[in-house]
Design a protein around this ligand. Structure first.
Ligand SMILES: Cc1cc2nc3c(=O)[nH]c(=O)nc-3n(C[C@H](O)[C@H](O)[C@H](O)COP(=O)(O)OP(=O)(O)OC[C@H]3O[C@@H](n4cnc5c(N)ncnc54)[C@H](O)[C@@H]3O)c2cc1C
Length: 482
């Protein structure tokens, strides 16, 4: 793997590229953004994007692409940015990724493409995510999406769930000529992208635009359909005449801590809390009034250390919380949230109570939360996840006054589809069994991918599964082989 400058359009010599500093992402000042739901990161302009793109070493064997679950040709799209062909760069990304404006914003690039960037051995890695976002936004602004024309195959595919896995399957299959209809339980399309991730990280308009593009390509969407209740997978295949079904229903069932007081008013699952903010539009206060989430002057804590926890607490701060705590039972090193989000949260004034866990929620005697009784922890030996196990420190209990607590300790599989689909195999945690390569399930004609197979993961991993599923659904539809 050696950097190569042959036929490069980059005017900077490979040796000098490392001297260009990574271009900073312009962002809203922390003291302002802590009080509004506008986007935190403001995006590169053309000048910053080209300067950043010139840092690319143009490796002969680009490990960034190898480490991208959907295999984006990073080297090529970055080269097109250097050449000033921003629309060409967007088109190059779209060959592998139907949601570039989304992944450019929320992918954990530090663990994927950027994590393997050769530059990072000596200096900061190439800002691949920032560049992806720049070209996707540029394309959107220019309104120049090219809608591909393909000959129809006459085959029909039903997609259950409209999160990133389902959207990827739909976007890929429509481009192969199949008719695709997406069935979504909620009244909005997008899965976690719209009901979970808040406006200040991923504006809903961005997701809407990507979905409009899919509509323009011919994908049909039907909302308010709970598959397993409104209709079943069997009915889709045997009565509605679909040739194949993809299940991408995510892992949206909240987990609780099972401690005393968890039933109190003021204790929410992160799922409910974020859905109230995003889908019931509490973030648009005072245009939309969500009285349950009038947090002005109230003390709020979230329990957990992942992206969901940070999204919930940063939203609480923006809704007026007086004090906003993250209570996490391990240390910084084990926090699963994206590093950039942790950094932004600290800048905004979120108070991190690390190595701490609630053991009980206390009430005012009338059913309302008043405090969390917490215990301090220390780290012991690694557990099954490989992370050091938190161990309570005897006698370290203390009470943290609170009026709202949000539980964000993880989610699991909602069983509705599995329990109403005979022949569909699941593992002992209730996730659907599907082949890693083909995403085929144990029931003929039924494919599955994303969080409903792996458990909670990431947008790009769900999209990678969607891409593999689309390829194998296409193969099944064209060969009939199972
Ligand atoms: C708050 C939050 C923040 C996150 N932040 C990030 C991040 O920054 N970066 C990142 O990479 N990942 C992040 N993730 C994880 C990421 O969003 C998920 O891994 C990803 O969305 C999974 O995609 P999916 O398609 O499997 O399912 P989902 O996005 O969960 O979508 C599933 C869809 O299926 C629908 N559905 C469920 N059951 C049925 C049914 N019976 N009938 C019809 N429809 C049904 C649901 O309503 C939903 O719309 C975050 C997750 C959360 C909750």
């Amino acid at each position: 793997m050696s950097p190569t400058a042959t036929k490069s359009k980059n005017p900077v010599s490979p040796k000098d590229r490392m001297k260009i500093p990574r271009q900073l992402m312009p962002e809203q000042p922390a003291h302002e953004r802590a009080h509004n739901f506008e986007e935190v990161n403001l995006g590169y302009n053309a000048e910053l994007a080209q300067q950043e793109a010139k840092r690319c070493l143009e490796c002969a064997k680009p490990t960034c692409t190898d480490n991208c679950p959907v295999g984006i040709d990073v080297k090529k799209f970055v080269e097109l940015i250097v050449a000033g062909d921003f629309l060409g760069a967007a088109a190059k990304i779209r060959e592998a990724n139907v949601l570039p404006a989304v992944t450019g914003r929320v992918c954990p690039q530090e663990d994927q493409c950027e994590g393997k960037c050769l530059l990072s051995k000596k200096v900061k890695p190439l800002g691949i995510g920032y560049l992806e976002r720049f070209v996707a936004d540029y394309e959107q602004k220019m309104g120049t999406h090219v809608v591909p024309k393909v000959a129809p195959t006459g085959k029909r595919v039903a997609v259950v769930g409209s999160g990133p896995s389902g959207l990827t399957v739909a976007g890929d299959l429509i481009q192969k000529g199949h008719k695709v209809r997406v069935f979504e339980a909620l009244h909005e399309i997008g899965g976690v992208l719209v009901y979970g991730i808040p406006e200040f990280r991923l504006p809903k308009q961005i997701v809407r635009e990507q979905i409009d593009y899919m509509r323009a390509m011919g994908v049909e969407f039907e909302t308010d359909v709970v598959v397993g209740r409104t209709l079943t997978i069997g009915e889709l295949l045997e009565e509605e005449g679909y040739d194949a079904v993809f299940i991408g229903t995510g892992a949206g069932l909240p987990q609780f801590m099972n401690i005393a007081g968890e039933h109190l008013n003021g204790v929410y699952s992160a799922n409910e809390f974020l859905t109230r903010i995003n889908l019931m539009k509490a973030y648009k206060f005072p245009v939309y009034d969500e009285p349950m989430l009038d947090l002005k002057g109230r003390d709020v804590a979230v329990i957990g250390g992942g992206n969901t926890a940070l999204d919930a607490i940063r939203s609480a701060l923006r809704l007026g919380a007086r004090k906003a705590y993250v209570i996490y039972r391990r240390s910084d090193a084990e926090m699963p949230a994206r590093a950039e989000e942790v950094h932004h949260a600290r800048q905004e004034g979120i108070n991190f109570q690390m190595l701490t866990a609630p053991v009980e929620f206390l009430s005012d005697g009338k059913g309302w939360l008043t405090a969390a009784r917490c215990v301090r922890m220390e780290l012991g030996e690694p557990d099954a996840s490989g992370r050091r196990r938190p161990v309570p420190i005897q006698g370290s209990e203390f009470d943290l006054p609170l009026s709202v607590a949000v539980i964000a300790i993880g989610t699991s599989a909602n069983p509705i589809v599995q329990s109403t689909t005979p022949g569909l195999g699941t593992n002992k945690k209730g996730y659907i069994q599907a082949s890693d390569e083909t995403q085929r399930t144990t029931r003929k004609g039924v494919f599955a991918g994303g969080d409903i197979v792996t458990g909670s993961a990431t947008v790009i991993l769900a999209m990678g599964a969607g891409r593999r599923a689309a390829n194998s659904i296409h193969e099944y539809l064209t060969t009939g082989d199972w």
